[in-house]
Design a protein around this ligand. Structure first.
Ligand code: ARG
Length: 463
C-alpha cells in the first residue's frame, strides 16, 4: 500500500529498510504536546481567515483535544508506519473526525510544522532547565552561607595556593550557573520566532495571519523569511552550546567531589544517598553520581558536535538530514537535567570535614603570600623583593619541615632582620582568609554577604 499522507504518485509503499531509516516516531513522539498545540493554533487561524469553516475548525480542535488526552492517558497507539508525530496525530484525527481532518494541513507543511514543534519543545525544555539551575544555585548559596568561615586549601595547578573558604568555593559555582542561565535565556530569546506559515519553504498563497498563530503559541513574532524558518536549526545548536558549557561546569564540580571524597584528601563526606558500595571491597564509598555527571558531559558535547556536523554544508531549505536534530538534542538535554538534579542533591547533602580542611589549608605554606604582603605593607619592601625574601623563608621552613607559623622568628630574621614577631599575626589560615576583603575575595564576611545577596535574589525571582 502506498503512503496515505503522500502516496498519491506512488504505486507501492516504501521498502522495509526505507521505513526503518525514515521513521522518527520513536523519538519525535516527545513533541506530541507541541504538535497538537501548533495544529490547534493553525486550525483556529485558518477558520478566522475563512480558509476553512468554523465548524471544521471546531471538529479539528475537539479531535486534537481527544488525541492529547489519549496520549497523556497512555491510550494512544503510535504507529511506525505513519513515520512521525505529525502524521500519527493527523492519522488519528482522520479516524476520529473524518473529512475535516484533511483540511488541517492546508497552507502548512511538515517542514514548518516540525520547525515550530521543535522550537516550542526547546523553549519548554529551557524553561525547565532554568528552574533546575535556579534551585541548584539556591542549594549552593545555602551551603556557602553555612560554610562562609570554613577554611579550605585553595588550589592552583592542584597545588596548595592560598587558603579560601568552602563557602567561597560554592559561590564560584553560583556565578557559573548564573551565566549558564543567561546563555539559555539568550538562546530562548532568539529562538522565539514562529516558523509556522513558512510552508514547505516558499510561504503560501493562502491569506494567513501569521501574527495570530505566533501569538497563540507564545512566540514574539513570526519569522520573516520562510526559507530560513524551515531550514535553520541554530536554535537547537545554541541551546546545545549552552548545555555543553553548563555541563562542563558541572563536570568540574563533579571532579572536585571525586577528589575531595577520595581518602587521599578526605576533605568532604558524601551522604549515603549519593554514594555506592563495592560488591567486593566492603570499605568502599564510591562517588558514582559525581563520576556519571562528569561523564555525561561527553554525550552532551557530543550532541552539539553531531548536530553541527549534520547542518554543515546543507543547502537551503529543508533536508531530511535535519530529522537527526532531535534524538541527540533530547538525549543531551535530559542528561543535563539529570546531572543538575544529581549535583543539587550531592551538594545539599555533602559535609566538609572542617578540621581536615583547615589542616590541609595550613600545609604547603599556603600563607606565604600573606608573609610577602606583610613585608610590603610593614617594611615598604617592593613586592618582587618581598616575594624573593619569602621564598627564602619558605625554603628554611621546608628544610626544617615546619609550618610557616611555627618557624622561629630568628630564622626569619636571618633572611630579613627587620621582621618582628608581629608577622605571626598574618601567618594563620584564619587570619589569611579574614584579610581577603577585596571585592570578590574570600573573606568570610564577603562570602556571607554574597551568599545572602544570592539567596535574596533567587527568592525574589520566584515571586
Ligand atoms: N520527521 C521530519 C523531521 O523531523 C518532519 C519533517 C518531514 N518533512 C519532509 N519533507 N519529509 O524533520
Amino acid at each position: 500500500m502506498s503512503n496515505k499522507m503522500w502516496g498519491g504518485r506512488f504505486a507501492s509503499g516504501p521498502g522495509a529498510i526505507m521505513e526503518e531509516i525514515n521513521v522518527s516516531i520513536d523519538f519525535d513522539k516527545a513533541l506530541y504536546r507541541q504538535d497538537i498545540a501548533a495544529s490547534k493554533a493553525h486550525a483556529d487561524m485558518l477558520a478566522k481567515q475563512g480558509i476553512i469553516t468554523a465548524d471544521d475548525a471546531k471538529k479539528i480542535a475537539h479531535g486534537l483535544d481527544t488525541i492529547l488526552s489519549e496520549i497523556t492517558g497512555g491510550k494512544f497507539t503510535f504507529k511506525r508506519a505513519l513515520e512521525d508525530i505529525h502524521m500519527n496525530v493527523e492519522g488519528r484525527l482522520s479516524e476520529l473526525i473524518g473529512e475535516p481532518s484533511g483540511r488541517l494541513h492546508t497552507a502548512r507543511s511538515r517542514n514548518d510544522q516540525v520547525a515550530t514543534d521543535f522550537r516550542l519543545w526547546m523553549r519548554d525544555t529551557i524553561d525547565t532547565l532554568d528552574l533546575a539551575l535556579a534551585a541548584f544555585q539556591k542549594t549552593l548559596a545555602t551551603k556557602a552561607l553555612e560554610h562562609a568561615g570554613t577554611v579550605m586549601p585553595g588550589m592552583t595547578h592542584l597545588q596548595t595556593a592560598q587558603p579560601v573558604t568552602f563557602g567561597h568555593h560554592m559561590l564560584a559555582y553560583v556565578e557559573m550557573a548564573a551565566r549558564d542561565r543567561g546563555r539559555f535565556a539568550d538562546a530562548r530569546k532568539r529562538l522565539n520566532e514562529s516558523p509556522l506559515g513558512s510552508g514547505a519553504l516558499a510561504g503560501t498563497s493562502f491569506d494567513l495571519d501569521r501574527d495570530m498563530t505566533a501569538k497563540a503559541l507564545g512566540f514574539d513574532r513570526p519569522g520573516a523569511n520562510s526559507l530560513d524558518g524551515v531550514s535553520d536549526r541554530d536554535f537547537a545548536l545554541e541551546t546545545l552550546a549552552a548545555a555543553s558549557i553548563a555541563s562542563v561546569h558541572l563536570s568540574r564540580l563533579a571532579e572536585e567531589i571525586v577528589i575531595w571524597t577520595s581518602p587521599l584528601t578526605a576533605l568532604v563526606r558524601l551522604s549515603d544517598k549519593f554514594t555506592t558500595g563495592s560488591s567486593i571491597m566492603p570499605q568502599k564509598r564510591n562517588p558514582d553520581a559525581a563520576e556519571l555527571v562528569r561523564a555525561k558531559t561527553g554525550r552532551i558535547i557530543g550532541s552539539l558536535s553531531a548536530l553541527l556536523i549534520v547542518m554543515k554544508g546543507l543547502p537551503l531549505a529543508y533536508a531530511k538530514d535535519m530529522q537527526e536534530d532531535k534524538e541527540g538534542a533530547m538525549d543531551a538535554l535530559s542528561a543535563l537535567s539529570l546531572s543538575i538534579a544529581a549535583m543539587d542533591g550531592m551538594i545539599a547533602d555533602l559535609e566538609p570535614d572542617a578540621a581536615r580542611m583547615k589542616k590541609a589549608a595550613g600545609e604547603g605554606y599556603a600563607t606565604a603570600t600573606d608573609l610577602a604582603d606583610w613585608l610590603v605593607r610593614t617594611l615598604n619592601i617592593p613586592f618582587r623583593e618581598a616575594h624573593h625574601i619569602t621564598g627564602q623563608i619558605v625554603g628554611k621552613a621546608s628544610a626544617g619541615n615546619v609550618a610557616l607559623h611555627r618557624l622561629p622568628l630568628a630564622d626569619m630574621q636571618a633572611v630579613e632582620p627587620r621582621i618582628t614577631d608581629a608577622v605571626f599575626d598574618v601567618l594563620s589560615v584564619d587570619r589569611s582568609v579574614k584579610s581577603r576583603t577585596s571585592y570578590g575575595g574570600t573573606a568570610p564576611k564577603n562570602v556571607k554577604a554574597q551568599a545572602k545577596k544570592w539567596l535574596k535574589k533567587l527568592e525574589k525571582e520566584k515571586a
